[in-house]
Design a protein. Sequence first.
Length: 368
Amino acid sequence: MKHKIIALFCSLSVLFSTIPAYADDPFKGWNKENQESAWTIMETTDWTKMQDFLTLEAINNTASADVSATVRAYEAEVRRVINSTDIGVSDGLVELMLALMQVMGGSHPPADDPYNVKKWIDPSINNINAEISIKKVLKKLDTARKVHQSPEKLSYFVNSDELRSVIQGVMLTTQYTQENEKYSLESATSFYNKHKEEFDRKGIVPSLTFADDVSAIFKTTSTSGSAGGQSSVIPGGPGDSFNAVGTAEGIEVVNYAAQFIGNPYALGGNSLTNGIDCSGFTQQVFAHFGYSLPRTTFQQIHCGVGITFEESQAGDLLFNHDVGHVMILTGDGGAVHASNSAPYPRGGIKYTKNALYAGYDAVRRILQ
């Protein structure tokens, strides 16, 4: 019975945009019990809402949040809380909520307030627990979605500038979303300056880059705008290119590293343009993004979080087996690295299609 009703939803969400003008008997051939159940569902369903969520699921869009294990552990609770409301649940919404938690609460969010509601939304709240914290943020997100100027452009499966306006509305109040169809740092700054006294009175210092911070870890099958991308074709040297795959920040790391391809290798060197070795290369590339790595391969192998090669993506570090070498993975099976003293393309800073050419001892994720 359950499978028949699910199939009914998927079919009818395409056929009807509101409560449909029924055919003579769309359920002809069903037994009486199933017919009655189907009619009840059709007559009591908000088809505008159901179409919004069910058709998105039906076209196999996907969304995922690149979050810590501690945040991921909240997935079942977030889904349960959403199901306890009248907000339609979807995998995209759940993953976006986890991305919001990662940014608002950090990699290890407070157990009694995983979204840091007291810091970001309501410093005056006294009685707070995980469920209340989730509901507060969920309600703000849903309200921002409802007041957006162009709801037809919104989807929890498309990381767009329009969705980023909704996301920023969680931080800046939904009035921001209502006034700005698309997010930009300029519009967020202008809104904050205009309402600074109100934020000061509440004791809130909002993040003006919140939408971009969330988007960087919220990956979807479809993207628009500058943040949240999944892949990027990057020049790999003369006559070569590669497809970096991963988070927006990871792709930015690879893109930055790739601009030095063709420059020389120098053991102990520290110049990205005039000569550098493998660990100096990774150290300086990550320093550009605010990450402090020690100087040697044997020190760097203890940094970040250990993962498998199968879990790796753009921006992760791979340490080759028994050769004391470190590379920046590109997410497509390859890597950018500073390799030996031979002239480019055999040596120097280059892209290698097979990052596992010498096996590996470890893969470490630095970006968090």
